[in-house]
Design a protein around this ligand. Structure first.
Ligand SMILES: Nc1ncnc2c1ncn2[C@@H]1O[C@H](COP(=O)(O)OP(=O)(O)OP(=O)(O)O)[C@@H](O)[C@H]1O
Length: 240
């Protein structure tokens, strides 16, 4: 098994306004090892979300090479890319992106419906994921019946229920108060430390970024520097 989850070579992304090319990312070279935890930082408009979306296969590069979870994404057609995403990537967004007409259980079950699993197996996995985020007692609640912190924990359960290698999180604490933000960040750290998930986190918040092992700074679409984070706390085990 490859020990690198993300390998980018000369990655570039431009948008076009009529004939005018607007480069957003240029010449990005990056390797993120399996089990790594990287925070993408940089000023507004520096290209953080664009880079995250390329890594997660929800957008296509304009140039360069992109190998993620053992697959060269450039070579996949749209259907194969969607299939690849559904097996390999868990998504966490600032605004949770839960489906309002589904309860917590059904929201977490969603990624499993794309896989060939029986109902009993799905149930076991959903219950395990909800228990991990400490929301077993809320599984029948709809998003409107949950607090913001609880909604984000449901979203975290949804991001891991299909056991992806990679978790991408775009400003996951942006809409949370300090206490709920810290809880969500500690959960992410458990997923990294105990389940070995590779995590790429986009954040403006230095406190959130301090949970990562490396911070990558983007500046006007190029990688400016990578900084190792020292003195990360070792967490007590969460999982049995
Ligand atoms: N679909 C699009 N079409 C045209 N330009 C875009 C598109 N998406 C992003 N951009 C531009 O690309 C640049 C980088 O955007 P991106 O969202 O990646 O930055 P960011 O660093 O995540 O910013 P923020 O911290 O404000 O979220 C911005 O100038 C933005 O306007």
């Amino acid at each position: 098994m490859d020990d690198v989850t993300v390998r980018l070579r000369g990655l570039a992304k431009s948008y076009w306004r009529g004939p005018l090319e607007i480069p957003v990312l240029t010449g990005i070279d990056l390797e993120i090892p399996r089990g790594g935890y990287y925070a993408l930082m940089g000023p507004s408009g520096s290209g953080k979300t664009t880079l995250l979306n390329l890594i997660a296969g929800i957008d296509r590069p304009s140039g360069g090479e992109l190998e993620v979870c053992g697959h060269a994404l450039n070579g996949l057609n749209d259907d194969d890319l969607a299939g690849w995403r559904s097996r390999n990537v868990g998504f966490i967004f600032q605004n949770y992106n839960l489906v309002p007409v589904l309860n917590a259980y059904e929201n977490v079950e969603l990624p499993l419906l794309l896989q060939d699993l029986g109902r009993a197996e799905r149930r076991e996995r959903v219950l395990r994921a909800l228990s991990l985020v400490n929301l077993s007692d809320r599984m029948h609640n709809y998003p409107r019946q949950l607090s913001g912190g609880q909604e984000q924990r449901v979203a975290i359960a949804r991001a891991i229920v299909h056991d992806p290698e990679l978790i991408v999180a775009d400003e996951p604490t942006g809409a949370l108060d300090a206490k709920n933000a810290e809880e969500a960040l500690i959960l992410l750290e458990h997923l990294n430390q105990e389940l070995g998930k590779t995590i790429v986190l986009v954040t403006h918040d230095p406190k959130a970024a301090s949970h990562a092992r490396f911070q990558i700074h983007l500046e006007k679409g190029v990688l400016d520097r990578t900084v190792e984070v020292h003195d990360r706390p070792t967490l007590p085990r969460l999982l049995p």
